[in-house]
Design a protein around this ligand. Structure first.
Ligand code: G6Q
Length: 546
């Protein structure tokens, strides 16, 4: 793909039509949309890869959807989707293909990048991961002193941490419970101290996960891990049995002292935030086993196929993406909530924060022009029902409009009395209450004193999607992640931005390095920065020296 300038988004016919249509529909209440169309709740649903999406509680009429699908076509979503799956270099600012879909391609598939079929490479790494996983889980792999590995600590940050930790928690039900998993990301020494607290070094394996193997936080934590291990074992040779690496940087791994035989590779065409199903998922495979990891890949693949082949009108990622654009760009919403009604998905909102905001938090089009419309909303969320006892207040009665995704499962992994039914009842009730609210008449009919009526009215008309899957399994997790990956892709295409670079993150990787020199013990030369930063540096030095 080249970065040929495309017509500005806001001058596309469908965009203009949507703007005019928004004037007409913006005050229409969901109560009236439902009253006018009794079949709405069943009609505005779609199913793909065993995920059911109810999008009837969105402030959209059939005409809205028609215009949104027209916009998708005008923006060439289908053509761009083909280009992504084909391995064209759609990440134009880095000149890279975007091929996380190849990570779950079947063995006999063929996807060519720069003349090389990458599918056999993917499967070669998967096979090595499987062998290693079986060795750890069976106890065949021993630590330096001959003890079995009982603890696995993944060291990584951003895309090399959020996916593995989210997946570990999401799939804890399927994990080998006599293995302990911990995750260290922050350069704050507290993170390492707490993650290794109580662990026996001779039984601990570190996975250093870093695409570049240069990331400051990860390298510092990896060095801390080596010191921690050697302080207990006292022999450099122990590193070989207690460290493995996941990286694209062989020389960097070797320099650290990890045998490249114990390195699991991936490729530049896998973005960090799209890498949880690559070797970056080694901790996931160790936790749930190679078979279940394969099931997870199967779930990803199912959603890939749905996204690749379903008509736009029935395509889950497309529908969700377009509704997101509708709110962000026409209703002016600035945030969106992700509300999984499943405790295992506690880290899913954090994972999606990175996936969505790092991908589409951009303000320049592919051809380098400043955008004249809003792009990614701020993503936030917590599992239900906990959120109901805190921030749902704002969702129901606050001034901002916040579209929400409710995510739930039809059958539980843990049952106890009627607790699961209550969980799901709460989810359905919240979505309905947000949509339909409670009118002053309904509040009065409850016998509420007149002075309190305004406080107890819920205006409703607050949109949400309900996403239901049969059960939280490794496969379902794969389909859910792929659903959002492809949603992000479609939004990026509409907004005409590069969803696959992250120059804002790169900046953070270099900024602190020079200030760190000013904080080194013994450095007393006055800092020569802005007066605020100078003051902060001086204050830190003074506290340290006292
Ligand atoms: C992800 C980002 C970023 C990255 C981390 C870790 O898409 O690029 O979150 O994953 O900065 O990078 P390394 O894996 O190279 O250490």
């Amino acid at each position: 793909m080249t970065n040929t300038p495309t017509p500005p988004l806001t001058s596309r016919p469908a965009w203009r039509a949507l703007a005019a249509h928004h004037e007409a529909i913006r005050d229409v209440h969901l109560r009236d949309l439902f009253a006018a169309d009794p079949a709405r709740g069943t009609r505005m649903t779609a199913t793909g890869a065993s995920i059911f999406l109810d999008y009837s509680k969105h402030r959209a009429s059939p005409q809205t959807l028609e215009l949104l699908f027209a916009l998708a076509r005008e923006c060439q979503v289908e053509e761009r989707r083909r280009a992504m799956f084909a391995g064209e270099k759609i990440n134009i600012t880095e000149g890279r293909a975007v091929l996380h879909t190849a990570l779950r391609a079947p063995r006999d598939a063929r996807i060519v990048v720069d003349g090389v079929n990458v599918v056999p490479l993917v499967h070669e790494v998967l096979d090595r991961m499987r062998t290693f996983t079986d060795q750890i889980r069976s106890g065949a792999w021993r630590g330096f002193t001959g003890k079995r590995i009982r603890n696995v600590v993944n060291i990584g940050i951003g895309g090399s941490d959020l996916g593995p930790e989210m997946a570990y928690r999401a799939l804890a039900h399927y994990s080998q419970r006599d293995l302990t998993f911990r995750f260290v990301s922050n350069v704050d020494p507290t993170d390492f101290a707490e993650a290794t607290r109580g662990l026996e070094p001779a039984e601990t394996l570190f996975i250093v996960s870093s695409k570049t193997f240069t990331t400051l936080e990860t390298m510092e934590n990896a060095n801390a891990a080596r010191r921690w291990l050697l302080a207990a074992i006292g022999d450099e040779k122990a590193v070989a049995s207690h460290f493995v690496a996941v990286s694209t940087n062989g020389p960097g791994v070797e320099k650290f002292g990890i045998d490249t035989a114990n390195m699991f590779g991936f490729w530049e065409w896998v973005g960090g935030r799209y890498s949880m199903d690559s070797a970056i998922g080694l901790s996931t495979m160790l936790a749930i086993g190679a078979y279940a990891f394969g099931e997870m890949l199967g779930g990803f693949r199912e959603m890939d196929e749905h996204f690749r082949t379903a008509p736009l009108e029935q395509n889950l990622p497309v529908i969700m993406a377009l509704l997101g654009v509708w709110y962000t760009d026409f209703f002016g919403t600035q945030t969106a909530a992700i509300l999984p009604y499943d405790q295992y998905l506690a880290r899913f909102p954090a994972y999606l924060q990175q996936l969505i905001m790092e991908s589409n938090g951009k303000s320049v089009t592919l051809s380098g022009a400043r955008v004249t419309y809003a792009t990614s909303p701020v993503i936030w969320g917590e599992p239900g029902t906990n959120g109901q006892h805190s921030f749902h207040q704002l969702l129901h009665q606050g001034t901002p409009l916040v579209p929400a995704d409710f995510i739930g499962f039809l059958s539980p992994l843990n049952s106890n009395g009627r607790m699961y039914e209550l969980l799901m009842a709460n989810m359905f009730a919240q979505a309905a209450a947000l949509a339909f609210g409670k009118t002053p008449e309904e509040v009065r009919a409850e016998g509420t004193a007149e002075a309190l009526v305004p406080h107890r009215v819920f205006e409703g008309n607050r949109p949400s999607s309900v996403i239901l899957a049969p059960r939280l399994t490794p496969a379902t997790l794969g389909t859910l992640v792929a659903l959002y990956e492809h949603m992000v892709f479609v939004q990026g295409v509409i907004w005409d931005i590069d969803s696959f670079d992250q120059w804002g993150v790169e900046l953070g990787k270099t900024l602190a390095v020079s200030i760190a020199r000013d904080l080194d013990p013994g450095v007393e030369t006055p800092p020569e920065r802005d007066s605020s930063t100078n003051g902060l540096i001086e204050r830190f030095r003074a506290a340290r020296d006292s």
